[in-house]
Design a protein. Structure first.
Lengths: 168, 61
């Protein structure tokens, strides 16, 4: 595959999720898509996940990333492919893939890892499988603590979604 | 744009949109997002193409 075709992306964020499930990767869906699946009327252009950093899971994640032609998302045209040991530390890895953008995060706000977040997830049925999604209340709390102005802008939408869900 | 009085809360969010989205299943919401993303990318590509064409025709004149 030449470098140009490799960087040409479509966008099918559901297919990224389905691929992660089929590859048996342990992850928590966070970020905008976590809010979307819980009913927040917003649009997001990428998938954000926090992964379990066990060696077995990293191997599965790495193989999945290779299968969807993941390369690091960069402002220049340099093509940099991931390596398996990129995922054992606490770094963020932001990718372009043939299915759309995928952000693989070892930690999110306040240094929270997969283990820290797992008890703050809801299980959501998706294409016959269960995915773990960061619950709205935690998403709101993390965005409140964030210094990112984009996160602050999303707060009214997330808070109204939570309010309506609690009202039933 | 005319303000949609009565259907927005104090933060200016459209409550009807929430009700509509909350009626969907998580899978339907993901598909709605996918469709929105595709539409956004298509529009962005169209905008980029138009800009490139304009630049090209300016260079040719």
């Amino acid at each position: 595959m030449d470098s140009k075709s490799k960087r040409t992306t479509s966008s099918d964020l559901s297919a990224i999720l389905e691929g992660l499930i089929k590859a048996d990767v342990k992850f928590i869906l966070v970020g905008g898509l976590a809010a979307v699946v819980q009913g927040a009327p917003m649009t997001t252009l990428d998938v954000d996940i926090v992964h379990d950093r066990s060696a077995e899971n990293i191997a599965k994640l790495f193989n999945f990333l290779k299968s969807i032609n993941a390369t690091y998302r960069r402002p220049d045209d340099k093509i940099i492919e991931p390596k398996a040991d990129d995922f054992s530390g606490l770094k963020h890895a932001l990718f372009t893939t043939r299915l759309g953008p995928l952000d693989v995060l070892a930690v999110i706000e306040e240094g929270k890892t997969y283990e820290d977040l797992f008890n703050h997830t809801v299980e959501i049925e998706f294409r016959g499988h269960t995915i773990h999604v960061l619950d709205l209340e935690t998403l709101i709390n993390l965005k409140k603590a964030s210094n990112n102005p984009k996160h602050k802008q999303q707060l009214p939408v997330l808070e109204e979604t939570l309010r309506q869900l609690e009202e039933g | 744009m005319a303000e949609k009085k009565g259907i927005k809360n104090s933060s200016g969010v459209d409550r009807g949109l929430f009700t509509m989205f909350l009626k969907m299943s998580p899978e339907e919401r993901l598909l709605a997002n996918d469709n929105a993303v595709r539409a956004i990318l298509e529009l962005r590509n169209g905008f980029k193409k138009q800009k490139d064409n304009k630049l090209g025709s300016e260079r040719n004149t």
